[in-house]
Design a protein around this ligand. Sequence first.
Ligand SMILES: *Cc1c(COP(=O)(O)O)cnc(C)c1O
Length: 425
Amino acid sequence: MTQLFRPFSFSQELIERAQLAEQRAQQALCGIGQTAAYNSRKVLHAFMQQGVSERHFLGTTGYGYDDSGRDTLDRVYAQVFGAEDAMVRHFMLSGTHALTVALFGVLRPGDVMVSVAGKPYDTLDGVIGLNGVKNGSLADFGVHYEQVDLLEDGTLDFDGITEAARRAPRMIYLQRSRGYERRPSISVAEIETVCKIVHRLSDRTIVMVDNCYGEFVETREPTEVGADLMAGSLIKNPGGSMAESGGYIAGRADLVELCAYRLTSPGLGKEVGASLNQNRNLYRGFFFAPHITGEALKTAVFAAALFEELGFACSPRYCEPRTDIVEQIVLGSPAGLKAFCEGIQAGSPIDSFVVPQEWDMPGYQDQVIMAAGAFVQGSSIELSADGPMRAPYIAFMQGGIVYDTAQIGVLMAAQRLADEGLVTL
Ligand SMILES: *Cc1c(COP(=O)(O)O)cnc(C)c1O
């Protein structure tokens, strides 16, 4: 067995711990494989039904009229996500941009948006206008923001959501992934319950989901269970590590059209937008995405099992159900968080020789340390870890496009902690 870990110099004790951890996680790893198999076949079926062909990879320039590759990819996404329509564009720059396009696309002055999974992801503060800066945020345009906090235990407050839905706001907004909060991620079944409550009480309310990190983790997506609109990033799960940039929006056709008017121009919508030569990667990435998401999930499960074995609290636990790819590992000390991120970086295919340093990242109260050695800059479907330098010093780890090598990153993190005397093997 030991030779599987050559040429790396892990201690014999660590290799034994790793093997125990992997054995203990066997059931969870197996379940991930089954979900990936189901979702991969779902994607293959959509490629067949939409008649994806070599000519769809050619791409267009200029206005991008009659770009059948672009339009067919939209239909493939829509079919897989059980949505009426979708818009997949390399020129949506990130997850935040896709979410921004969707919010500005459908909300109008005087509308109310209620976030029901607590405060949304940090990068949306400026979009919603929570930071009070007058720079063209939703608040600047007269869109009101309200929030239903999560309960003490981090789960959805269904009573609070019911009350909010009774007031018939224009949008109920919910983030599936835990992001960088200490709370469980929200399952598709819970999203289904929210959609039922909201649609029963108000027919003017749109349920919108931030689906970042969630795609293909379960066998259903939010738009299959009643969500009206969702958005995500192509340098996370659905890009399958092949997309070099991009975002998507999927949902009700009338809403996707409004989003297209916002992304391009009212009246032009989805008719324009050259795909240049990005189509092949976007198709190939989406085709790989269920499998790649599975590799990332296996990496998270392995890390949870190993670090739990080493005495660190992990969330989710290796045996718990998952609905996003994020793993939180409580390192308990600044040195522990640093050593963890150094190990992940050292085990990455790109920039393995770089030593991550904590720094004052704009928009964050504490210093943040990040490990990312990826083929695509900032791609967090590739093995990556980061965390704010504050107690209890949690590493947020996600990604891993090849389980066999991502395991090496996780083991390097553990070995580094051991070398610095922060854990005994
Ligand atoms: C990553 C992420 C975003 C923002 O995406 P970027 O591509 O980093 O702009 C938003 N919400 C959640 C839950 C995310 O994980």
